[in-house]
Ligand binder design. Structure first.
Ligand code: SAH
Length: 462
């Protein structure tokens, strides 16, 4: 069995239990001299220790895979073995062997250094290595240019070695080009090891630290959200805009805005689905009729309404004109009124609860909704009548029109029910020269009426 083990940044109490357990049971432990030195107190006396040099990693990995066939072998990496460590190489080398292989994660330099600095990578961040031993510098430079232009924290590994010194200067130059010179930068040398040094500075002052930066140093370049608070480097995640730290309560407006945004996303997604359904409908609807039809499909989550909707005498154009002119909308019931968009509701009237509606209903043998329509008689000419619920209200508007002196600009009729609804709606459709939007048959109801009017309101406010 071969275990590729990340031993953490240095301090043994930051090594995971699993890493420790693998080391304690190992027959063979392989790693470079620095890491072996760091874990010497954990290495069992019985284990064979194989120290490798830098630059002999492939050889070491091959050897580890070979020994792993019949021994418990631990190949150690600093920090996390999968982050610029030996894990990838071990997998490549072991691909064709039958050695059992496991990767044991560890605390990487970015986490260890970040914790010592404060919390500089608490929002989105990127990690980049300046080592061009395996990756061409031009490629690294391209990544740096991209990252420098993004407003995120960037963690720099392998900033400088004895032979590689210009890469850090070039990196600083690239960031100076794209980021504020005052951007906060954290420098951690020997995190969680002997000789640990922590510095918080500004991008423009980074050159002053070049001399002290080496292969055991991690640099964290902050972003616009990075601040110094209580001597620590912290990249704010946005809590400060949402919460009042004194009370711990959320800022209601901002939280509500978050909900609104989430709601909008659902709304947009649903609308796209509906647009798709409507665009595939074979009937011949104009673009604005499709918008209204789509709104009804959306409100009911039911595409079959496309087969029931009838647009007579260019009702959508008429409706839009009425909205633009601020014409009155008369509804059969309060519930329809309540559903109409707030921005237009002041122009909506419903007489079903008017003081004399009951009296008229009794006297004339009408339903109360029909009486409400009769009460609106003076108001109806050149305004909009919406009947979302009561077939008897449909009957009344037809009677008023037939009497001759009442001509609404538009009728929206979607009453629902098994008694008389379908018939009354057919009657409205049969009236000459009255623009109307009707849902045929017994189906319909308040949601459909409201959907039609609200789409007209939206179209009228474009
Ligand atoms: N696998 C390692 C990274 C190896 S690359 C990990 O996950 O941490 C080596 C680079 O990591 C160093 O050049 C340095 O930039 C960083 N590094 C590793 N250990 C560090 C430590 N204790 N303190 C600061 N930086 C460290």
């Amino acid at each position: 069995m071969l275990s590729v083990v990340g031993i953490g940044p240095g301090s043994l109490d930051l090594m995971t239990e699993r890493a420790r357990a693998r080391i304690l049971r190992a027959d063979v432990i392989m790693g470079n001299v620095r890491y072996i030195e760091l874990i010497k107190d954990v290495i069992p006396a019985s284990a064979e220790v194989v120290i490798g040099r830098m630059g002999t990693e492939v050889e070491r990995a091959k050897k580890a895979v070979e020994l792993g066939q019949y021994k418990d072998v631990v190949l150690v990496s600093g920090g996390d073995a999968g982050i610029y460590g030996m894990a990838g190489l071990a997998i490549e080398v072991a691909a064709d062997s039958d050695t059992k292989l496991e990767i044991v994660p560890g605390i990487t330099a970015a986490s260890a250094s970040a914790a010592l600095l404060g919390a500089p990578i608490s929002n989105d961040f990127a990690v980049v290595s300046l080592s061009d031993l395996l990756v061409p510098w031009s490629e690294i430079e391209r990544k740096l240019e991209g990252l420098a232009q993004m407003d995120i924290a960037v963690v720099v590994y392998n900033p400088k070695s004895k032979n590689r010194t210009v890469q850090l200067e070039k990196t600083c130059g690239i960031f100076m080009q794209f980021r504020d010179r005052k951007t906060i930068v954290g420098i951690v040398r020997n995190a969680e090891r002997e000789g640990c040094e922590i510095e918080i500075t500004r991008l423009e002052d980074l050159p002053a630290f070049y001399r002290r930066i080496d292969m055991s140093t991690t640099i964290i370049i902050g972003c616009s959200g990075t601040k110094i608070l209580g001597g620590r480097m912290v990249t704010r995640r946005g809590y400060e805009t949402k919460y009042d730290y004194e009370t711990g309560n959320g800022n209601a407006d901002d939280i509500a805005a978050g909900y609104v945004e989430a709601g909008n996303r659902v709304w947009e997604k649903s609308k796209a689905i509906v647009r798709d359904i409507v665009s595939k409908y074979p009937g011949s609807l104009s673009d604005i009729e499709k918008r209204v039809a789509g709104r009804v499909v959306f409100a009911n989550a039911d595409p079959s309404f496309l087969d029931l909707l009838v647009f007579n005498h260019h009702p959508v154009e008429t409706g839009i004109r009425c909205i633009k002119k601020g014409k009155t909308i008369i509804t059969d019931i309060e519930m329809v009124k309540a559903g109409i968009s707030k921005k237009y509701r002041k122009n909506v009237q419903c007489f079903v609860n008017a003081p004399n509606a009951m009296e008229i209903a009794k006297r004339e043998g009408l339903t109360r909704t029909a009486a409400g329509i009769r009460l609106a008689k003076e108001l109806i000419p050149s305004n909009v009548v919406v009947i979302g619920n009561a077939p008897s209200a449909c009957q009344e508007i037809c009677a008023l029109v037939e009497e001759g002196d009442v001509k609404p600009a538009l009728i929206v009729a979607t009453p629902v029910g098994f008694v008389n609804a379908a018939e009354m709606k057919e009657k409205i459709l049969s009236m000459d020269n009255i623009p109307c939007i009707v849902i045929r048959g017994p189906r319909g109801g308040t949601p459909s009426a409201v959907a039609i009017i609200n789409e007209l309101v939206e179209l009228g406010n474009r």
